[in-house]
Design a protein around this ligand. Structure first.
Ligand SMILES: Cc1ncc(COP(=O)(O)O)c(C=O)c1O
Length: 344
């Protein structure tokens, strides 16, 4: 029987017969493998597990979420792109974002010829529900992206507002929790069983310290995830990257220690920045970075870059603002001492 979320899926995707790869047809790792035209020689001669079973099971144990509710992408960026390709008809449908926010939603929308409804965040960088509400009834609106904690503002969105949007919208709500481990606030990932139209994304790129491996996670209703498995390239996560993620999960204590020290350093850095005369405002952060309004942001950005300290200039989106990632204590110290030497 068709679920309400099936009706949101593009007709070509509903009809899609996924590529069946050799390894889909034989389960087990023992045997003589003459099925996939691999070389019998070489250190990485076998294709990766296309469904990443071991890694999804391990993530499931770590997060307390069944493996059937987990999909893995080549970074969250692949999952964002898949959302557009599964649910949005090019040239016709639209997605909503709350700005300023992570740039890839807009880029993936453009790549897929999907219109974007931009709702500016309010003065406290929260969702303006009244501005969003009329759009939630539009048939052509298929996706709402909520980045929480939001990049580049650093704050979590009000959970009641998020819940209202999930309940009132008939399309798909994607909550991007790339920075959730730094917030200490409850994740919506635990609630995917409650809402058939909710997709929660997390990533190995931030708290887990594995940005180079490109492993993004989506948690959602298992029926909804069927479309993601059908659409993805069969071997979207390499064996090396699956193993790196498995290893990192086995180092949970180390990761937790790193997260705690990043949070401590973030608060320390916020205090040090606030004390600088050029700094006008440092916003509270639920993430691993700080949004800072500073005198002559362009000049500061360029001068720091000349001194080989790279921060992110966000002044086009938020006047006067730069975004600073929390580094090691030594890196943060160097940043502060360079800022102390710049006069504006
Ligand atoms: C909000 C947000 N989501 C997703 C990503 C990208 O995640 P991944 O490395 O898993 O593609 C970023 C990276 O900066 C981000 O800020």
């Amino acid at each position: 029987m068709m679920k309400r979320t099936d009706k949101l899926v593009r007709p070509n995707v509903l009809k899609l017969v996924p590529y069946s790869c050799a390894r889909d047809e034989y389960e087990g790792s023992d045997g003589i493998f003459l099925d996939a035209n691999e070389s019998p020689y070489g250190p990485l001669n076998r294709y990766p597990d296309p469904r990443q079973c071991e890694l999804r099971e391990a993530i499931g144990r770590h997060k307390g979420i069944p493996a059937g509710n987990i999909f893995l992408g080549n970074g969250s960026d692949e999952i964002i792109d898949l959302c557009f390709r599964i649910f949005c008809n090019p040239g016709k449908d639209r997605a909503m974002i709350f700005t300023p926010t992570y740039g890839m939603y807009g880029v993936a929308a453009s790549v897929n010829d999907i219109g974007i409804v931009r709702i500016p965040l309010d003065d406290t960088f929260n969702i303006d529900l009244q501005a969003a509400k009329p759009w939630l009834k539009e048939d052509t609106l298929k996706l709402v992206f909520i980045c929480s904690p939001n990049n580049p503002t650093g704050n979590c969105m009000n959970p009641e507002t998020v819940e209202t949007i999930i309940s009132e919208f008939n399309g798909i709500v994607v909550i991007d929790e790339a920075y959730a481990d730094f917030s200490g606030k409850p994740s919506f990932a635990e609630r995917v069983g409650e809402f058939d139209n909710l997709i929660v994304m997390q990533t190995f790129s931030k708290a887990m310290g594995l940005a180079a491996a490109r492993v993004g996670m989506a948690f959602a209703d298992a029926d909804l995830l069927r479309y993601f498995f059908a659409m993805k390239p069969p071997y979207n996560i390499s064996t090396i990257n699956q193993e790196a993620a498995l290893l990192r999960l086995s180092e949970a204590d180390t990761v937790a220690r790193h997260v705690q020290s990043i949070i401590t350093e973030r608060e320390q850095l916020a205090l040090r920045l606030t004390a600088l005369p050029m700094v006008e405002k440092v916003w509270p952060s639920d993430s691993n970075f700080l949004l800072v309004r500073i005198k002559d942001a362009d000049y500061i950005y360029n001068t720091l870059a000349e001194r080989k300290i790279v921060v992110r200039n966000r002044s086009r989106e938020i006047p006067g603002c730069i975004r600073i990632t929390t580094g090691t204590p030594e890196e943060n110290e160097k940043l502060i001492s360079e800022l102390e030497r710049i006069s504006v």
